[in-house]
Design a binder for this molecule. Sequence first.
Ligand SMILES: NC(=O)c1ccc[n+]([C@@H]2O[C@H](COP(=O)([O-])OP(=O)(O)OC[C@H]3O[C@@H](n4cnc5c(N)ncnc54)[C@H](O)[C@@H]3O)[C@@H](O)[C@H]2O)c1
Length: 339
Amino acid sequence: MAKDPVRVLVTGAAGQIGYALVPMIARGVMLGADQPVILHMLDIPPAAEALNGVKMELVDAAFPLLKGVVATTDAVEACTGVNVAVMVGGFPRKEGMERKDVMSKNVSIYKSQASALEKHAAPNCKVLVVANPANTNALILKEFAPSIPEKNITCLTRLDHNRALGQISERLSVQVSDVKNVIIWGNHSSSQYPDVNHATVSTPAGDKPVRELVADDAWYNELETLLNGEFISTVQQRGAAIIKARKLSSALSAASSACDHIRDWVLGTPEGTFVSMGVYSDGSYNVPAGLIYSFPVTCKNGEWSIVQGLPIDEFSRKKLDLTAEELSEEKALAYSCLA
Ligand SMILES: NC(=O)c1ccc[n+]([C@@H]2O[C@H](COP(=O)([O-])OP(=O)(O)OC[C@H]3O[C@@H](n4cnc5c(N)ncnc54)[C@H](O)[C@@H]3O)[C@@H](O)[C@H]2O)c1
């Protein structure tokens, strides 16, 4: 029997990530090739015409799984009945703007969209925040939508996770699908800590640790000085490198990673594999509780769980703490913007 359609909200759907993301969802990349979807697309009035153009293209593409499209500038209409919400809409940092100004604009957007989601989304709606500052926008959404379970509010660090897999695959000339269990800890910003200490590559002789195969610690870090090596810096700075090359920020990789995040959350992670998700910290790994922080997680039956008990060396501890400090500062700044 055909499944009932799932309603998926994409905010900022007229933007460049939105344009890459909606066809992926309509093709079944996010929820599976047998899962019909109804797309809800929200943008702001200045983008209404462009949003309508995206809707026209969705119709023209005749996606068999796409059972309906709602394109609107009304947050209540957009949020009504949605089962999955991918929050891409936000205010970009413009020349001359202070960090606080960007934070202030986005925090007020996420505060008001939190209320619309809380009141109108389907029960148990799963929320993924993509728009930056992603962790802190997700935290504000959580704070202002107290009836949405905190387990249902996450932010995207899967792009950074996938970038780390990609760098290892290039360095070792192995298939990216043979690399697993990298971790992105912390903030989706350049303070994030991409960790390969638990990552492995599948080889004909079984799984081998990435660090053993690379056999070049300097590529990773300088233990004496605690400096980042090329791998960590490349992953941390990849977003800036894409902007330099494309004159636009990453869009297809962000959209694809957003699909990976939701797909694994809903359908589960493969046995023995973990992925990175920004989730509400419960104090695991001595990360302060009450931040949205990226952890290694596994997913089963539509629920994520933080992978416990991984050994954390001295270098990693320092990096986990540094990115947590940045998130605590962002949290304080966000609250000062709302005050
Ligand atoms: N977490 C990640 O890995 C990651 C990766 C790439 C980009 N991003 C972030 O994703 C966001 C979107 O990137 P983009 O390149 O698509 O930007 P974009 O500027 O092309 O699109 C953003 C869209 O959001 C819309 N918008 C603005 N305010 C809105 C509101 N209140 N409600 C609904 N829509 C609103 C804009 O009109 C625009 O269409 C940015 O914040 C970017 O920094 C995050």
